[in-house]
Write a protein that binds this ligand. Structure first.
Ligand code: PEP
Ligand code: MN
Length: 362
């Protein structure tokens, strides 16, 4: 498919604004054949808006495949020519920005290991000055929203108008279900802080495996994410990086069919009326909960005064164990999860301790 420069720009714009925005392609560009075949098979699905491929790969340990380098950029150019798909690559240095732009990469993304480092983000931002290209910014590997927001601000100050976020999960120590813990509440908070900024989910790097990809992607859509970035490969098991999490273009198409696409808003009036009623009930309950919690804290303060007058410690482990034990048993009867009730009681208990601490020491 031959397109002119100008019409390609409008394809990029349309892709950027498409909802859900679907980005897919290999973790790494490996060979020209692999890039072209992946691009063609992705294009054949008719479901992908932007083609991704890692050219420079920030790997945890030396001696692993660190990306094919600038040599792979013409392959992406070729893939674009072949399929009409806009392209995106990860950039971590000023030179990489220059090289990517020289080879007409349409969208750039800042990786998690770069967002974490303000020096690198600033270098990328400086290289972007005066350039009109959309930039996606992955969350930093550590759960620090200020760093994520800081990276967005650095890129915005360089004059980039079209900025989006990618939620790819956060590093943690030890083996868990996820390669990178999603910590959905952080992505939700980032959405709240940056209203109107597109945020897409990268279930591939969150999961690190194929069997829970669909459920994770579905969760993102249920949380009103604007799209998905999912790694795909013509021969996933033999990929040179991230082999465990990649899927074939055809499996991607199937998965996208299996997802239930939900919208944040629908226009049906009866739906809104029913929703408003239920929300009103929730508002009342929240109000009552707050009042009860406030009462509880006042009582805790009174106890604090008694403890102070009798020189008794704030924390009494037996009493706390007893409360927690009772709460967990009750939770089961009320079909509340043990995990939730424990977290909830913990927060209440900590606040009681803080209040009593004030009573005792102020
Ligand atoms: C990638 O997208 O292949 C990648 C390296 O991602 P992240 O920056 O999220 O680790
Ligand atoms: Mn990867």
């Amino acid at each position: 498919m031959e397109t002119t420069q100008e019409s390609h720009q409008s394809i990029v714009k349309a892709a950027w604004n498409k909802r859900p925005l679907i980005i897919s392609g290999p973790c790494s560009a490996e060979t020209e054949e692999q890039v072209l075949a992946t691009a063609q098979r992705l294009a054949n699905t008719g479901k992908v808006d932007i083609l991704r491929a890692g050219i420079w790969k920030p790997r945890t340990k030396p001696g692993m495949f660190e990306g094919i380098g600038a040599k792979g950029l013409p392959w992406l150019q070729q893939a674009k020519k072949l399929t009409g798909l806009p392209t995106t690559v990860e950039v971590a240095t000023g030179k990489q920005v220059e090289d990517a732009l020289t080879f007409d990469v349409d969208v750039l993304w800042v990786g998690a290991r770069t967002t974490v480092n303000p020096f690198s983000v600033q270098e990328v931002a400086d290289a972007l000055r005066g350039v009109d290209v959309p930039v996606l910014i992955k969350n930093p590997i550590n759960p620090d929203l200020e760093l994520w927001q800081g990276a967005v601000e650095r890129v915005a100050r360089a004059g980039i108008k079209e900025i989006g976020l990618i939620h790819r999960g956060f590093s943690s120590y030890g083996n868990t279900e996820f390669r990178n813990a999603p910590m959905w509440h952080l992505a939700i908070e980032m959405k709240r802080r940056m209203p109107g900024m597109p945020i897409i989910n990268d279930p591939s790097h969150i999961c690190g495996r194929r069997d829970i990809l669909l459920a994770t992607a579905q969760k993102a859509i249920d949380l009103d994410f604007d799209g998905l970035m999912i790694e795909s490969h013509i021969d996933p098991d033999n990929a040179w990086s991230d082999a465990k999490q990649q899927i074939t273009p055809e499996r991607l198409a199937e998965m996208l069919n299996e997802i239930v696409w939900r919208r944040e808003d629908v226009s049906s009036e009866t739906f809104h009326m029913a929703l408003d009623k239920l929300r009103e009930q929730i508002n009342h309950i929240d109000d009552e909960l707050m009042q009860l919690i406030s009462q509880r804290m006042h009582i805790a303060e009174k106890i604090g005064t008694y403890k102070k007058n009798n020189n008794v410690t704030i924390l009494q482990a037996n009493r706390w164990n007893e409360i927690l034990d009772k709460a967990v048993k009750k939770a089961d009867k009320l079909s509340l999860s043990e995990e939730f009730v424990t977290r909830y009681m913990d927060a209440i208990h900590m606040e009681s301790i803080n209040r009593q601490n004030k009573v005792m020491n102020d």
